[in-house]
Ligand binder design. Structure first.
Ligand SMILES: [Zn+2]
Ligand SMILES: [Zn+2]
Length: 556
């Protein structure tokens, strides 16, 4: 079984971190448990040069690190994460063009088995537009013609529509797409055999649309920075080579399924306006003719709404032979929640370093490692978090209009002390080299520092949504972030203050921590999970634990 993440971006794409070179990508893939990584951006001249310099042929159609780089790599990753890592030449192309009196904006993923084939695609596209300005080239080219260029580049080259539901840039997107994948690719539509579901939808949502039955569903991270690698992925049971993977996508045999975000964590799940702090389910959006109640401009229609428009089956329908999927939350976000610090903070990275050194890649930690084992390093909060994740017991705060959602494992009040993650007997010996981590001076050796407390770390993940101006029309219809949702008891007393002792964790159990009014319950429901008409309801913007101004203050 192998996990593949076939949509990532290089340092030459907009908003990408500078350390996205091939060795860093390979190291990130090993830590996540990804065996095959898309190179991304192969049409960018400078990135193509870097790929040709860093990679050499491996199994048919795949590439591996140059031997000297591979030796360096193995010195830098924990022994528990060692496995072959391969690269597949890939690029995302953004096409913007007019068809049928409408402007179409569609993103596509293109794959090639050799540098020669990739160069042919690059050569054809260079005649259409500038490929050097961005790793994701933006071209005035019809989707059908891009597919033709791909197919003509050589045997094996194939195209997969990217994140098909994204409002602004996708084949089925509400703003600039089509109502069927086949409409987009015209006479060549039969050459499309797989579609990428994107972060804001999972296979269950896609199964509601019979028009997608003919396509395999794949998932990729669309990562712009190394920690994001593998946050979504596709799992194969086929041989590790380009043509076997392509055949699995074409026929379904050898495609085991996908690893998914919770779709609510994606950036376009419900409808809304980020700058107005308005977030709506599909029904209230329809009631308002798609117009924002705050600024009276068109709302950004989310994936949930768009799926409902095109669905011809009830939620829960599963087509025969459909591959499985598994909703996960990135390990960094879980530890971030436990420590109450940002997911990119040093504390979180240090904990991940120790866990992967002891137990292997992150995907194995999230899915397979027995929770009793995890307790050895993670303590009871991590054990509980992973147990809940595997049961699907999560709290969802849906992302909208370009803003990521948030998935939590704990109710507010359950986690009342950061830093307790390591305050468990016996964890010290595990961290100091009794396991694989002790065999080398890799990240595991460095990870002990900073593992105690998250105090003073950044709060990069914290998101607050501003309330409408007092007295404005929308203020009357919209609950403030902290207002109780329907059916919730009002908050009668302030939540407990966080104790200052860095190792305080009072007999933590799942239900012993104080539950507290609206903050103890998810403000967002699993809104993709039931079919049929809904009552009109505004989704309150979320109160986020650790989000600065509202931190630990009773909202009422
Ligand atoms: Zn894209
Ligand atoms: Zn608005």
């Amino acid at each position: 079984m192998l996990h593949a993440d076939l949509h990532i971006h290089s340092k030459f794409s907009r908003a990408c971190s500078r350390d996205r070179d091939i060795p860093h990508l390979a190291a990130g893939a090993l830590r996540k448990g990804i065996s095959v990584v898309g190179t991304g951006d192969f049409t960018h001249p400078a990135w193509a040069d870097e790929l040709k310099n860093s990679l050499v042929p491996a199994e048919a159609g795949l590439l591996r690190l140059r031997p000297d780089l591979e030796r360096d790599l193995l010195r830098r990753v924990p022994a528990a994460c060692e496995q072959p890592v391969r690269f597949m030449l890939s690029v995302e192309i953004s096409t913007i063009y007019r068809r049928g009196e409408r402007t179409r904006k569609v993103h596509h993923l293109i794959y090639a088995p050799t540098f020669e084939a990739a160069d042919r695609i690059t050569g054809s596209l260079a005649k259409v537009g500038n490929l050097a300005s961005d790793g994701t080239a933006i071209l005035g080219l019809d989707s059908r013609d891009l597919l033709e260029i791909t197919l003509q580049a050589g045997p094996g080259c194939y195209l997969v529509p990217a994140h098909i539901w994204t409002s602004w840039f996708a084949v089925l997107g509400s703003r600039s797409g089509f109502d069927a994948v086949a409409d987009c690719y015209g006479d060549l539509a039969a050459e499309i055999f797989a579609v990428a579901t994107g972060l804001s939808s999972d296979p269950r949502m896609n199964w509601m649309c019979s028009s997608l039955d003919g396509y395999q569903l794949v998932s990729n991270s669309d990562a712009h920075s190394p920690p994001m690698l593998g946050r979504e992925a596709t799992t194969f049971t086929t041989a590790m080579d380009f043509f076997s993977i392509a055949e699995a996508l074409r026929a379904g045999d050898g495609l085991a399924g996908t690893i998914e975000f919770y779709p609510e964590e994606g950036k376009y799940h419900p409808d809304g306006h980020r700058k107005c702090g308005i977030r709506l389910e599909p029904e209230p959006t329809r009631e308002r003719d798609g117009v924002c109640p705050a600024c009276h401009k068109p709302l950004t229609v989310g994936v949930l709404h768009r799926v409902a428009e095109l669905a011809d089956r009830p939620d829960g329908y599963r087509p025969d032979g459909a591959a499985d999927f598994n909703n996960l939350v990135p390990l960094a976000e879980i530890i971030s929640e436990i420590l109450s610090v940002g997911p990119k903070s040093k504390s979180v990275n240090a904990v991940i370093d120790r866990l992967v050194a002891a137990f292997g890649p992150e995907l194995a930690i999230l899915r397979d490692v027995p929770t009793a084992e995890l307790a050895r390093i993670g303590g009871s909060p991590l054990t509980e978090a992973i147990t809940r994740l595997r049961r699907g017991e999560v709290i969802k705060d849906a992302g909208y209009d370009g803003e990521y959602g948030r998935i939590r494992l704990f109710n507010s009040g359950e986690l009342n002390r950061s830093g307790a993650l390591f305050d468990v007997p016996g964890q010290g010996s595990a961290a100091r080299g009794s396991g694989p981590a002790g065999r080398r001076n890799g990240p595991a050796g460095r990870s002990q520092a900073g593992s105690v407390s998250g105090r003073g770390e950044d709060h990069a993940s914290a998101r607050a949504v501003s309330a409408p101006p007092a007295g404005s029309p929308e203020a009357a219809t919209r609950r403030s972030p902290a207002e109780p949702a329907a059916g919730q008891a009002p908050c009668a007393r302030p939540p407990p203050r966080r104790p200052h002792h860095p190792r305080y964790w009072p007999n933590w159990t799942r239900n012993s921590a104080p539950q507290h009014g609206p903050m103890a319950v998810s403000p967002a429901r699993s809104i993709a999970r039931s079919a049929g008409p809904r009552s009109i309801r505004l989704i309150p913007a979320a109160w986020t634990p650790g989000s600065g101004t509202r931190r630990w203050q009773c909202p009422t």
